[in-house]
Design a protein around this ligand. Structure first.
Ligand code: 3H9
Length: 701
């Protein structure tokens, strides 16, 4: 028997133990081991009941995601679960940690289920572009009802053990040792003469509700809210099959729908996103023995929207944080902002009043730098001007204890220059949060030329503590995210000069899957922000570079976006719905005229290539310069910070899936037509010529 699954005898009970770290995924040896163990227990006349437990932190967390897209290897998971369910000996699954996907499906194949009080169960396949393909869509509704099953399968969100008990997914909760709990429950099965209770033969969940109506309502909701996604509608169709077909036929239908999802490019992109996120935490050249410093207290300089958002991240993570402002008045405003932000969550029902007060207690307002003498980490979030940064870092250098980490939240300034304002550049690192910092998951960790390994490791560990997705980036103008978005935004604006409207550009990119179009986004963040950056870049870049002019025209007219009631769009007071801005059309005409352009209709494909390939070409330059460690890190940044659709895997994966030769051909055509902004990245040319992808590229290859 495979070492991944062990079978032990405890009197009349067969104890089956799965041991496949780190998450007990159902790779082929585990499937085989499980099948053999259950068959052996079934065949042994002395065994009267079976208990299934897992080693390590968790019950089985699902199929082995690495196997998707590879040739299938027997036994298949549905076959394994079939053997488990059809066994003649009653079995109990003992759940701890997270029983997810195929893991929960295995548990549903067992005849009884007990869960440790802190366990979670769920069917997250939809997040990978799949549906539960080993009976989950047929067995879960039979126990939990169609409404609950639809919610769990379509959202992919796990639920806690108590909720699982309430919905008949598990039979009992326990605390303490897994093996003891499993053996005790199995013994009770024997003592009480309870035999196999096969989930597939249950029907309570399918009765008592208008299932057709539930299915129709979920179908309508998914079609509207999850537009463009391949698997959610198939999830609904599979559950519908459970309501209409006997188990065996329902399982067959589920398999067909699962196979369609497995083939879908969205599945490949979403699996890429899953692994990319985990890969991002790994730093290739960081020695394994580097230990992060302990960060038990923090401080934030600057109580603007960003500074307060960052302070709240620490408060949320249970880390006391000092918030420094220049005087009592500004500090009062900052602390009120913190209270208001939490207050909005309380109003929405996502935070209790008590939790809010507890978290606010962790935020201490201060106005004197001397108060920062003891903190382990300081993050500066002041105005984006080098001279202001200099003043802050010189003072921090003077007051902070040795070993304190001095971080900047700059989004575009030279971190090496900032580090040089101190006597300890090795302790300086960039922590670039995204607005609103307490909501957005992305954290760019900027590694300066002198940042020490220990400080870098600490910054990554802090990111984890704050529940951020942290990605290491190097120093350059805008780092990874903003450097690329500058190209994207500029091209979007050039499209306005060629003949598009903001509605057309935003619409095309939303259809592509972006959470928000670039112009709605600029209106939200304020047009004046980009203006300062553009001015600086104009001074630095070759004089013959063409720059778009529409946003400057809007700024000159005082239309800075939502905050002034108009920008690319117009807004009614108190309403964020973008309406047509009647003042824009003459500005667009003027901008086109000044460039000698005849305004023309632009199709969606052109809009997408012009903007998304601008991201890709810049991404290739970033990779080559070593600013990002790997292409998938760039994807993680775009997926988590810029609303790039996960089902396309990020800009670099998207380019790979289109084919780099095709992308290059369009980039070259745009270079010929639009000038040097479009100079093809040498790495793109090289990989296209070699028929390779960004994903298979490593530095130095
Ligand atoms: C499925 O089950 C389909 C079936 O319905 C039908 C089949 C026919 N496979 O996240 P972490 C790795 S679809 C392979 O950092 P955490 C992960 O890459 C599956 N590897 O830990 C990482 O590796 P590394 C449905 C996996 O404690 C390491 O484990 N299930 C898998 O923060 C630690 O991961 C899911 O979608 C896997 N299934 O969170 C669950 N899972 O160290 C996906 C993890 O080399 N997994 N790895 O970077 C999760 O949600 C989280 O990993 C979990 C633990 C909550 C379990």
């Amino acid at each position: 028997m495979a070492e991944f699954v062990r079978l032990q005898r405890h009197g009349a009970i067969a104890l089956i133990i799965v041991d496949n770290p780190p998450v007990n995924a159902l790779s082929q040896p585990v499937r085989q081991g499980l099948q053999q163990a259950f068959q052996a227990a079934d065949a042994d006349p002395e065994v009267l009941a079976v208990a299934l437990v897992c080693e390590g932190n968790t019950f089985i967390a699902g199929a082995d995601i690495k196997e998707f897209g590879k040739p299938p290897q027997a036994p298949s998971l549905p076959d394994v679960i079939d053997s488990i369910e059809n066994s003649r000996k009653p079995s109990v699954a003992v759940i701890h940690g997270t029983a997810l996907g195929g893991g929960l499906e295995v548990a549903l194949g067992c005849h009884y289920r007990v869960a440790r009080k802190d366990a979670k169960v769920g069917l997250p396949e939809v997040k990978l572009g799949l549906l539960p393909g080993a009976g989950g869509t047929q067995r879960l509704p039979r126990l939990a009802g169609v409404a609950k099953a639809l919610d769990m399968i379509v959202s992919g969100q796990p639920i806690g053990a108590a909720e699982a008990l309430e919905h008949h997914i598990v039979d009992e909760l326990f605390e303490g040792d897994l093996v003891e709990a499993g053996l005790a429950y199995a013994q009770r099965l024997i003592d009480e003469g309870r035999g196999p209770r096969r989930t597939g033969e249950q029907s309570a969940g399918l009765e008592g509700a208008d299932n057709a109506e539930l299915i129709a309502a979920k179908h309508a909701e998914v079609a509207k809210r999850m537009r463009g996604l391949f698997s959610p509608l198939r999830c609904v169709a599979a559950v519908e099959a459970a309501t209409k077909l006997p188990l065996a036929e329902g399982l067959k239908r589920e398999r067909e729908l699962f196979a369609e999802c497995l083939q879908s490019p969205q599945r490949a992109a979403l699996v890429h996103s899953f692994f990319a996120e985990r890969q991002a935490g790994k730093i290739a050249d960081l020695p394994a023995d580097v230990k992060p410093r302990a960060v038990k207290s923090a401080a934030v300089i600057g109580g603007g929207t960003m500074g307060v958002g960052i302070a709240l991240c620490f408060a949320n993570a249970g880390i006391p944080v000092k918030l420094l402002e220049i005087n009592e008045e500004a500090l009062g405003r900052a602390l009120q902002r913190a209270r208001d932000t939490y207050g909005a969550s309380v109003k929405r029902g996502s935070l209790t009043e008590e939790a809010m007060e507890q978290r606010l207690k962790r935020v201490e307002g201060v106005t004197d730098y001397a108060a920062l003498a003891d903190v382990d980490l300081v993050i500066e979030a002041v105005f984006e001007e080098m001279d202001v940064k200099r003043q802050v870092f010189e003072r921090l250098d003077a007051v902070c204890k040795p070993g304190a980490i001095l971080a900047s939240n700059t989004s575009s300034l030279d971190l090496n220059q900032i580090a040089a304002f101190t006597q300890r550049p090795e302790d300086v690192v960039g922590l670039h949060f995204f607005s609103p910092a307490n909501v957005m998951r992305l954290l760019e960790v900027v590694r300066g030329a002198k940042t020490s390994d220990e400080v870098l490791a600490t910054a990554m560990a802090v990111g984890k503590q704050l529940k951020k997705v942290s990605v290491v980036v190097g120093v350059c103008d805008g780092f990874v995210g903003n450097r690329m978005v500058f190209q994207y935004g500029r091209e979007a604006e050039f499209l306005l000069e060629e003949g598009a409207t903001p509605q057309q550009v935003d619409g095309a990119l939303r259809n592509f899957g972006m959470a928000m179009g670039p112009f709605a986004m600029r209106d939200l963040s304020g047009l004046d922000i980009g203006q300062a950056i553009r001015k600086r870049q104009r001074a630095e870049l070759p004089a013959d570079r063409d720059f778009p002019t529409v946003s400057d025209k809007l700024c000159e007219a005082g239309m800075l976006g939502q905050k002034t009631g108009a920008g690319y769009y117009r807004y009614e007071p108190g309403n964020r719905t973008p309406l047509e801005n009647p003042d824009l059309a003459p500005m667009l005409d003027a901008a086109s005229r000044e460039k000698g352009l005849e305004r023309r209709e632009l199709d969606e494909q052109y809009i997408i290539e012009r903007t998304i390939y601008a991201l890709v070409n810049e991404g290739a330059k970033i990779l080559e310069e070593g600013i990002a460690q790997r292409a998938s890190d760039i994807d993680v940044i775009y997926l988590n910070g810029y609303g790039f659709p996960a089902f396309r895997g990020g800009p670099m994966f998207y380019a790979d899936s289109v084919g780099l030769d095709q992308v290059l051909a369009r980039v070259k055509a745009l270079h010929a037509r639009c000038g040097d902004w479009w100079k093809p990245a040498p790495l793109l040319e090289k990989l296209a010529a070699e028929g390779r992808t960004f994903s298979d590229w490593q530095p130095g290859q």
